[in-house]
Design a protein around this ligand. Structure first.
Ligand code: AMP
Length: 213
C-alpha cells in the first residue's frame, strides 16, 4: 500500500505518518527526516540540502527525487510506504508515478491534512522533536513526560532551526506555490481524501483510518 500524506508544514503529517505506518505495518518515508539525517552525518547531500532548508526553500528536485526513490527501493518498502513530505511539487509527483508504474505499482490513496495558518504558526513555534527517533512533541498540546526527553527512546528533544517564524512564513509561501497544485493533480485521479486536523492526533488518526476504509 502506498499512501501520500499532503498538508502544510505543521499539519501533523509526521505524527500521522508514524501512526499509520505502525497500524498498517509499512515503512514511513519522510523526505525531511532523510535530509536531516544527511545533515547530521555531514554528508555531501546534507551540506547541499542545508542551504535550502535553512531558507525554508525546497531542495532541488533532482537531488530530492533521487534520494526518495533510492529509499523506496529498500526491502522494507517492497510492500508499500507512507510518504510524508514527498512529493512536494508536480515534478516530484510525476517522477514518483513513473517509478511506481515501472514496477507495476501505484499510489493507493492521498490524504490531504487540512489546517489553518494560525494553527500552523502556533504548532511550529511550540514544536520539539527527538534527535534520535524524530518523534514530535508540543510544549503545551503534547508535552513529553520528562521535559527535554523523548518518551519513546529517551533521546534529547530539540527545536528545528527552520521552525522560527520568518522561516515558517517562507515555508508556507513555498507550500502554497509549489505543493497546493498537487491537490488538483490527485483529485483528478480520484484518490484524494481530505481530513481536518483538529481534536488531537488520536482523533485525526481515526478520521484517516475511516477515510481509508
Ligand atoms: P519537512 O520536515 O517535511 O518540513 O522538510 C524540511 C525541509 O526539507 C523543507 O523545508 C525543504 O527544505 C526540505 N524538503 C523536505 N522534503 C522535500 C521535498 N519533497 N522537496 C524538496 N525539499 C524538501
Amino acid at each position: 500500500m502506498y499512501i501520500i500524506l499532503l498538508g502544510a508544514p505543521g499539519a501533523g503529517k509526521g505524527t500521522q505518518a508514524a501512526m499509520l505506518a505502525g497500524k498498517i505495518g509499512v515503512a514511513q518515508v519522510a523526505s525531511g527526516d532523510l535530509f536531516r539525517q544527511a545533515l547530521q552525518q555531514e554528508t555531501e547531500l546534507g551540506k547541499t540540502a542545508k542551504v535550502y532548508m535553512e531558507k525554508g526553500q525546497l531542495v532541488p528536485d533532482k537531488i530530492t527525487i533521487q534520494m526518495v526513490l533510492e529509499r523506496l527501493g529498500k526491502p522494507d518498502c517492497n510492500n508499500g510506504a507512507i510518504l510524508d513530505g514527498f512529493p512536494r511539487n508536480l515534478e516530484q509527483a510525476s517522477a514518483l508515478d513513473k517509478e511506481l508504474a515501472e514496477q507495476a505499482k501505484a499510489i493507493d490513496k492521498v490524504i490531504n491534512i487540512k489546517v489553518s495558518e494560525a494553527e500552523v504558526i502556533k504548532r511550529l513555534s511550540g514544536r520539539w522533536i527527538c534527535r534520535d527517533c524524530q518523534t514530535p512533541y508540543h510544549e503545551t498540546d503534547n508535552p513529553p513526560k520528562v521535559k527535554g526527553k523523548c518518551d519513546r527512546c529517551d533521546g534529547e528533544l530539540y527545536q528545528r532551526a527552520d521552525d522560527k517564524p520568518e522561516t515558517v512564513k517562507e515555508r508556507l509561501k513555498v507550500y502554497e506555490k509549489e505543493t497546493l497544485p498537487l491537490i488538483q493533480y490527485y483529485k483528478k485521479t480520484g484518490k484524494l481524501v481530505e481530513v481536518v486536523s483538529e481534536g488531537g492526533p488520536e482523533a485525526v488518526h481515526r478520521k484517516i483510518l475511516a477515510a481509508l476504509n
